[in-house]
Design a protein around this ligand. Structure first.
Ligand code: XMP
Length: 551
């Protein structure tokens, strides 16, 4: 189903909310997250002391097909117990155990008799709370180091060479071991680079979770399987099966809506929910007129034609462009696109009558950032609302089946569900779309110019086989015009910038060292094929100090 809306289809969100609120007065548990129940799957709890590497620990654990959650050190006991953990990993952190407000390991964790692995600060906290001594090292140890594993090796070092390169990042050291513990490895800086209590409790002064520690993944695997007895039953197939089951029970005969953006997260959510409840799901795709070339048609084709979902395709381009007219400030653009999206989404949802649930593609890193004061990263505030989430005031219960997954896990689930590679591996695309890639005022004409140039960039990157290796690649239409010559004529045309970056998580990024031949082909095609463009430049700025997007 496809139709157009414009600025004249007016409905204030407030009015809508009042109506919908009345409809759903019996719904009292709004925004209750989908609770993934601890059934057969093994789990460990990663207790977070605020290390910059905490998320990495969780990812490394998941790579062994063991479910885990990152839980703040001061979380209530029930929160940890609900996970039914088979063991605990204590993260590193910036504190010193002797600082007045030093975060401590919850006593019930120490009393649990379950395996514990303390990493860096986690090891120091273990030593300190179990009666050992910690003190500042004579020098800060930061970067690569070599450790020597004690013979015979503690179970965590099983199968690992006796000399290992590791990554250190600490100031304090364990000076005296707690009673019952022995050193499990030494380094030049410390006789206790690792410790063990002869049973299930270990401390590592270095970081096994970072790639610079060789055999780091094996150390974590040894702890999970050899010590905790986890069997690695957290698999994509089991996730899909359990999630569909949970969704069926939670939704019952209710009706669900889901906003499709064309990106992988909302696509995977929609397919999971559709598998669970079929036509009780309606997807709404708001085409804001700020998408890449061919994108709206692809979304409709995939979800409506191929996957057979109920899809409302709203052509709202006029409405968005109308509101963006004359606007040049990047933050104003973001706000306008975000507000307009909510207005139109609410308008469409209202037309559907009574709706119980809103399915949303929230991912685990968003959950961690919004719940953990320690790991919240100030850098995300440089630009507003990176994650265009619908406001908490919308009158639906939320279902967020991906809220415990990392992006790479979402992609695996998407593949397992049979989504096309084009969606599964699609580069991240910002919510405000091309409005922040047309620098300055956004007009239909300038969008067309950008779309044409961007399509060439994408085509050439794909042909060169580099699409998956790059984090993002795109064109930017600058507000500059420069002089050129074509044939025997002077031209005065637009400058297009090409941006290609490599990154792990968008927090930092580097400009991609792609072959000159690729840049040459892009430049030549853009100048020849896109009217009014006579110059192409390549952005060689890393993040920081630049950002990935130009606005
Ligand atoms: P920056 O430009 O801050 O971008 O380095 C980091 C990542 O976020 C994306 N981005 C956005 N995503 N709404 C979004 O949904 C936004 O306003 C927004 N701004 C940037 C950007 O594409 C990159 O992946």
């Amino acid at each position: 189903m496809s139709h157009r809306v414009s600025t004249t289809d007016d409905l204030e969100v407030g009015t809508y909310l009042e109506i919908a609120e009345a409809q759903t007065s019996e719904v009292s548990t709004r925004h209750e997250a989908l609770v993934v129940e601890a059934r057969e799957r093994d789990a460990v709890a990663v207790i977070d002391f605020g290390s910059q590497y905490s998320q990495l620990i969780a990812r490394r654990v998941r790579e062994h097909h063991v479910y885990c959650e990152l839980i703040p050190h001061d979380a209530p006991r029930e929160r940890i117990e609900a996970l039914k953990p088979k063991g605990f990993i204590l993260s590193g952190g910036p504190a010193s155990v002797y600082a007045p407000d030093a975060p401590l390991i919850p006593q019930h964790v120490l009393d649990s008799k379950k395996p514990i692995l303390g990493i860096c600060y986690g090891m120091q906290a273990l030593a300190y709370q179990l009666g050992g001594e910690v003190e500042p090292g004579t020098r800060r140890e930061y970067g690569p180091a070599v450790i020597h594993v004690t013979d015979p090796p503690a179970p965590i070092f099983r199968g690992v060479p006796d000399e290992v390169s590791v990554w250190m990042s600490h100031g304090d050291l364990v000076r005296k071991l707690p009673s019952g513990f022995c050193s499990a490895a030494t380094s030049d800086n410390s006789p206790t680079a690792a410790m063990w209590n002869g049973d299930g409790v270990f401390g590592l002064q270095f970081h096994p979770e970072v790639v610079h520690t060789s055999f780091g993944s094996q150390l974590i695997g040894n702890f999970l399987t050899g010590v905790c007895g986890c069997t690695g039953n957290w698999t994509t197939a089991s996730f899909v099966e359990q999630t569909i089951d949970d969704l069926r029970r939670r939704v019952g005969t209710g009706r669900v809506i889901c906003a499709l953006s064309g990106g992988v997260d909302s696509a995977v959510v929609a397919v999971l929910v559709h598998r669970a409840i079929g036509d009780q799901l309606t997807c709404i795709f708001v085409d804001n007129g700020l998408l890449r070339s061919g994108e709206p048609a692809r979304v409709v084709d995939t979800f409506e034609q191929h996957l057979g979902m109920k899809l409302i395709h709203v052509d709202a381009a006029d409405s968005f462009l109308g509101r963006l007219a004359g606007v040049t400030d990047p933050e104003d653009k973001r706000r306008i696109v975000g507000d307009e999206f909510i207005r139109i989404f609410a308008l469409e949802a209202r037309k559907l009558g009574h709706i119980d649930f809103l399915a949303q593609g929230t991912l685990y890193p968003d959950v961690i950032e919004s719940t953990s004061h320690d790991t919240a990263n100030a850098a995300t505030r440089i630009k507003s609302h990176h994650n265009v989430a619908l406001p908490a005031s919308l009158p639906f219960q939320l279902v967020e089946p991906l809220r415990y997954l990392f992006k790479d896990e979402v992609r695996e689930v998407g593949s397992a569900l049979g989504l096309p590679d084009e969606i599964v591996w699609r580069h991240p695309f910002p919510g405000p779309g091309l409005s922040i890639r047309v620098l300055g005022e956004v007009t239909e004409e300038r969008l067309e110019t950008l779309r044409a140039a961007d399509a060439i960039v994408m085509d050439e990157v794909r042909t060169a086989g580099l699409y998956r290796q790059l984090w993002q690649s795109f064109a930017v239409l600058t507000p500059m015009r420069t002089v050129g010559v074509m044939g025997d004529f002077r031209t005065y045309g637009n400058v297009v910038a090409v941006r290609m970056v490599s990154s792990q998580d968008a927090m930092t990024a580097d400009w991609a060292r792609v072959p000159y031949e690729l840049l040459g082909r892009i430049s030549s095609r853009v100048v020849n094929e896109v009217p009014d463009v006579n110059r192409v430049v390549y952005d060689i700025t890393s993040k920081p100090p630049g950002t990935i997007e130009w606005e």
